[in-house]
Design a protein around this ligand. Structure first.
Ligand code: GMT
Length: 375
């Protein structure tokens, strides 16, 4: 198949999943064309079947708001036509689904049929998409997609609840490539962060309010009262300043490293003992899956799609949003002795293996075949 994949090229989970999906399809011999405004961060080295088409929006003084969606639609028309694509798969509805619909209509006018599949990832529905000003366009684009997938049952339910969508939504969960998460903990690297054998606790996110990174700091402070430990914060975003302020206020700074954005979070996960994800809302929690695949148990909230991934008392624990005490108590339960920690580590890895790309990729391929059969 020749497939165009539209995605956000940044560190966000939707872009990571779309990139890994494209790479895996290319490995199987499909021809993959990524269409976006920057080289996707997880692309790595190119292989024969991978192509990247950059969307460039011109900087004309009239444009207070650069018309990205229009330029993307035009780019899609061009790529579909000249690369002779069979289908488009857009990740994150806004504005990718409506741009794909526009491209589809332009091409139909020229006698070219191109189906498009929309994968909903989370904030396109739960935060941004629920903004009433987006609702008509997003509802329309979802309803007009040739197929729609969501990354969890919870996100599927949210979509039906908040949008006037009546069409079928298939759940295809996020996935990881297990071999990326088999790194051995580098002793020296671990010693740099935990010179006296402290436990290493990690959080990775885009530091947006929805991630409740301040709760991470509060949980860590409580763990620190009981267990010698260090906190590594990976990522960056609008909450970083508040997080730094809170570390200073609580006196946890000398045990905390805020290391910013990382292209290979698996390197930090390889030296981690516990992962914290206290999000307000989370359609899936790809960062938690990456941690589990690295053998790192997860302390999370029980929000959105996270309970479909993290199993309470097995791969980690789940608590109500904001219940810092409960999350700290559960973290201490896991970290207090080596045997318990090892059991949770093994369980986390085993649970993550259920989301291995080998299991999930065939679901996408089957969907592509079904959509193309209807073409
Ligand atoms: O986590 C984010 O805010 C970024 C966002 C994205 O679209 O990249 O993540 C969403 O999609 C991920 C991949 O499907 C999911 O694992 C995240 O749970 C979801 N984020 C939220 O729902 C907040």
């Amino acid at each position: 198949m020749k497939i165009g994949i539209v995605l956000y090229p940044t560190f966000g989970g939707s872009g990571v999943v779309a990139t890994e999906l494209g790479k895996a399809l290319a490995d199987l011999g499909h021809e993959i064309h990524f269409v976006t405004y920057n080289q996707p961060v997880r692309l790595g080295s190119f292989t024969k079947n991978l192509f990247y088409h950059e969307v460039n929006v011109s900087d004309y003084p009239l444009f207070d708001y650069p018309p990205y969606e229009t330029v993307l639609a035009s780019k899609l028309v061009d790529v579909v036509k000249f690369e002779k694509l069979d289908l488009l798969h857009v990740h994150y509805a806004i504005p990718h689904a409506s741009a794909a619909y526009m491209a589809q209509q332009i091409l139909a006018d020229q006698g070219i049929i191109i189906p498009f599949i929309t994968t909903l990832h989370g904030t396109d529905i739960t935060l941004v998409g629920r903004d009433p000003s987006f609702a008509p366009a997003i509802t329309f684009a979802i309803n007009k997609s040739d197929a729609v997938t969501a990354v969890s049952e919870s996100l599927k339910a949210d979509t039906y609840e908040h949008f006037d969508v009546h069409r079928e939504i298939e759940v295809i969960p996020n996935f990881i490539c297990p071999e990326h998460y088999q790194l051995k903990a580098e002793k020296d690297f671990r010693l740099e962060y935990a010179p006296n054998g402290e436990r290493i606790i990690t959080h990775i996110s885009n530091f947006r309010p929805v991630k409740r990174v301040e709760d991470v700091v509060r949980i860590f402070q409580k763990i620190l009262e009981e267990i010698p430990s260090k906190l590594i914060l990976v990522g960056d975003g609008p909450e970083r300043y508040r997080v730094e302020q809170l570390c200073r206020k609580l006196g946890t700074c000398k045990h905390t490293s805020i290391i910013g954005k990382l292209k290979k979070p698996e390197e930090v996960l390889a030296i981690s003992d516990l992962f914290l994800l206290p999000s307000e809302s989370e359609s899936f929690g790809l960062a938690a899956l990456e941690a589990m695949a690295s053998g790192v148990p997860v302390i999370s909230t029980n929000t959105g799609g996270v309970p479909e991934l993290n199993t309470h008392g097995y791969s980690g624990y789940l608590s109500n949003v904001g219940d810092v005490d409960d999350m700290a108590t559960n973290a201490i339960k896991i970290l207090s002795d080596d045997a318990t920690l090892q059991q949770f580590r093994d369980n986390a890895r085993s649970r993550a293996s259920e989301f291995s790309i080998d299991r999930i990729l065939p679901m996408y391929i089957d969907l592509y075949n079904r959509v193309l059969a209807r073409k």
